[in-house]
Each structure stands twice: as C-alpha cells, then as structure tokens.
Design a protein around this ligand. Structure first.
Ligand SMILES: *[C@@H]1O[C@H](CO)[C@@H](O)[C@H](O)[C@H]1NC(C)=O
Ligand SMILES: *[C@@H]1O[C@H](CO)[C@@H](O)[C@H](O)[C@H]1NC(C)=O
Ligand SMILES: *[C@@H]1O[C@H](CO)[C@@H](O)[C@H](O)[C@H]1NC(C)=O
Ligand SMILES: *[C@@H]1O[C@H](CO)[C@@H](O)[C@H](O)[C@H]1NC(C)=O
Ligand SMILES: *[C@@H]1O[C@H](CO)[C@@H](O)[C@H](O)[C@H]1NC(C)=O
Ligand SMILES: *[C@@H]1O[C@H](CO)[C@@H](O)[C@H](O)[C@H]1NC(C)=O
Length: 330
C-alpha cells in the first residue's frame, strides 16, 4: 500500500486546460446516468477562464467574497492577495474522464484582496466521487493549496517557524459538513487522507521538483479507509513527536523513484490544528542518517496542504474554511 510517493510524480504537470465543468452539469449528468444504473459520466463544457463564478457570501449588498468553481483536471489558480500568495489546484493527476467519477474545487476569494491576516488563505473545498482505481494507481487526485510567492525554496536552517493553523471537515454529500463524522464516511467507504506534502533536497533546484527531490516529507492529519496508508506503515513507527498536543508517528520507506518518503501520521483524525511544524524536521535531522533522512543543510522546495482522493461510494466534500500557513525565517 502507500502508493502516494510512488505515483505522485506528475503532480507538477499544471496543464492550462481552459475547460470547466459546472457542478450543475457534472451532477446533472451523474443523476441521470445513476438513474439508469450506469456509471457516472462527466461531459466537459467550455467556460471562459476555467472557472464558473458565483457571487457568494456577500449577501445581497455586493460581492465582497466570490466563489468560483474549477473542475479542470489540473490547473493552478493563484488569487490576488495583499498577503501570502497561494496557488490552488484540483490536480486530478491520476484520473481520466473515462474512469468515471469526477471532482470540482470551489475557491472563495476576497474581492479586495485583503484577507483577515497576512497569511490567511482563501477558503476552499472539493466535492468528488471516484471509483476504486487499480493497485498500481489507486490515487486519483491530490487537490491542494500550495505556498507560493517565492517563500520556497528555502534553506531549512534559515527557517524559524512553519506555523500551520487550520480547520477542515470531510463529509458525505455535496455540501460542506459542519463537523467530520467518521462513521458516515466509513459507510460511504471514503478512502482519502488529509496531508501536508513537502519536498527536500541538498540541491536548491531539485528540492522544487517532486520527481527529482531526494526526500518527500508528509504530515498526515487524517487517514480514511484501508487504501490510504503511509509508505512503510507495516515496518512500524521509527519515532514520534508531539506538537501542541497532537502526536505524530514517523514511517519510512522508498517509492519507485527511490525517493525517501517520510510520513508523520497523526494518532487521531486532526481537523483543527495550530502548531509549528519545524520540530518534525529537527527530529528527522537528529536521526542522523542522510541516506534516509534530510539534514539541516537541505532545502525545502515545496509545501502544499490538501487531500489525496482514492475512492468513495458517493459524493464527499472536503472543506477548508480556515487555513493559514505562516513561514518565517530567522
Ligand atoms: C450530489 O450530487 C449528485 C449528482 O447530482 C446527486 O446524485 C446526489 O444526490 C447529491 N448528493 C446529495 C447529498 O445531495
Ligand atoms: C476586505 O473585505 C472584507 C470582506 O468583505 C472586509 O471584511 C474587510 O474589512 C475588507 N478590508 C479592506 C481593507 O477593505
Ligand atoms: C507569523 O509568525 C510570526 C512569528 O511567529 C509572527 O510574528 C507574525 O505575527 C505571524 N503572522 C501572522 C499573520 O500570524
Ligand atoms: C461550490 O460552488 C457551487 C457553485 O457556486 C455551489 O453550487 C456548491 O454548493 C459549492 N459547493 C460547496 C461544497 O460549497
Ligand atoms: C524534474 O526532475 C525530473 C527527473 O530528474 C526531470 O526529468 C524533469 O525534467 C525535472 N523537471 C523540471 C521542471 O526541472
Ligand atoms: C496551541 O494551540 C492553541 C489553539 O489551538 C494556540 O492558541 C496556541 O498558540 C498553540 N501553541 C503553540 C505553541 O503553537
């Protein structure tokens, strides 16, 4: 299990496909196909700019917040901001329309580009349904939000804090859930994780390249279903680290590209978190084996937070109403 690292390599293929599918069309087609006992089919329809916009959250008196829906396979969306820049991507890298299923991402931006704090990210969600994929490629998408704006690559030793502050929910259906109810997700056979994904290398350029970097470091905050397993889980935990009350166990393994994959897995589903991730690196450095673990002289080239979607028996929605990633250097 744990094909994340091995099949993640095409994540960076950002195809600028100006094709969108509105949720209405997507779900409408699905509803009629489902009624006929056929598997869902999603017909792309052209839409300008790759998104369908709706004024949302601003009430009747003007659109202060705008929600757009993106159903592209892979497409970076970088909302204008006066603070930390982020790029969002539906990133259905392991999916083809002929597989059935589909995913749409909603992104809610501030019209005035001024978010509550300098590091607050746009709120976003994904609604998706995928059939179970083959063992060789079980992951269909890693929909994510990436820290952008030149923060990375950065020498790890220059970092003072990587403060992560979030609240998310996963729920059955097409709307954002108010809380995460694991029993209904199990009934829906949700197989997915919620994770931070990072790449490191001793070479600055390579650290930004997901297939060339020597190390992939992940932090899993949730692990739904048997298909979503960290690489090396069966070998047992190497060590543990606790950050602000959340305990993470470290698993080690390599993927098909011979990259070292280090996964910090939270002991329980963690849908609310506030903490500095830097101790997770410090702990890796202290293990003192650069054939497996990064060292303090390496570069961190990529940092993204999202959900890997494996499969689900019905539509599920992953929603991130609150997120801030505050990277500071010393
Ligand atoms: C979500 O959309 C699909 C497709 O239209 C529909 O079949 C399903 O009933 C919807 N789910 C919910 C909970 O509304
Ligand atoms: C930007 O818009 C938000 C949402 O309407 C509002 O709360 C905030 O006060 C605005 N900030 C500025 C500087 O206009
Ligand atoms: C980011 O972190 C630094 C250092 O902890 C802090 O001084 C600053 O206020 C934080 N910024 C935000 C927007 O939270
Ligand atoms: C996403 O946006 C679409 C269209 O604006 C809306 O119909 C849908 O309810 C939104 N989904 C979520 C989870 O908020
Ligand atoms: C990333 O690394 C791979 C493998 O070394 C290489 O083939 C590819 O060209 C690199 N991509 C970029 C954008 O440099
Ligand atoms: C721990 O989390 C709480 C809120 O959940 C936050 O107020 C506090 O600053 C956090 N402490 C550290 C050291 O990050």
């Amino acid at each position: 299990m744990g094909f994340f690292g091995s099949t993640f390599v095409v994540n960076f293929v950002l195809l600028a496909i100006p094709i969108g599918v509105t949720l209405g069309v997507l779900f409408g087609v699905d509803a009629s196909r489902a009624a006929n006992g056929q598997s869902p089919i999603y017909s792309p329809v052209a839409s300008s700019g790759g998104g369908t916009g709706t004024g949302d959250g601003g009430g009747l008196s003007g659109n202060k917040l705008t929600t757009k829906t993106y159903c592209q396979t892979s497409y970076g969306i970088t909302p204008q901001t006066k603070g930390q820049e982020y790029t969002l991507n539906p990133n259905q890298w392991g999916w083809d329309a002929s597989d059935g299923g589909g995913l749409c991402m909603n992104v809610t931006t501030y019209d005035n580009s001024t978010y509550p704090t300098k590091t607050t990210a746009p709120a976003w969600s994904i609604t998706w349904e995928y059939p179970q994929g083959p063992e060789s490629q079980p992951v269909h998408a890693f929909s994510n939000i990436k820290v952008d704006g030149g923060v990375f690559p950065a020498a790890v030793k220059s970092l003072a804090h990587i403060e992560l502050d979030f609240h998310w929910t996963y729920g059955v259906g097409n709307d954002s859930a108010t809380t995460t109810d694991e029993s209904t997700l199990t009934t829906d056979t949700l197989n997915a994780n919620v994770a931070v994904d990072m790449f490191l290398d001793s070479d600055k350029e390579s650290s930004t390249n997901s297939s060339a970097a020597a190390y992939e470091v992940m932090v899993w905050f949730a692990d739904f279903g048997a298909a979503a397993q960290p690489i090396g889980l069966s070998s047992g935990a190497v060590t543990t680290e606790t950050i602000n009350g959340t305990t993470f166990s470290l698993y080690y393994g390599t993927n098909s590209l011979k990259q070292n994959v280090l996964t910090w897995l939270a002991s329980t589903t963690t849908d609310t978190f506030y903490g500095d991730l830097l101790p997770l690196f410090t702990k890796l450095f202290s293990l003192g084996d650069n054939t497996k673990y990064p060292t303090s002289s390496d570069y961190l080239g990529y940092f993204a937070f999202g959900s890997e979607a494996y499969y689900s028996d019905g539509f599920v929605t992953f929603s991130v109403p609150h997120l801030s990633i505050n990277v500071t250097t010393s």
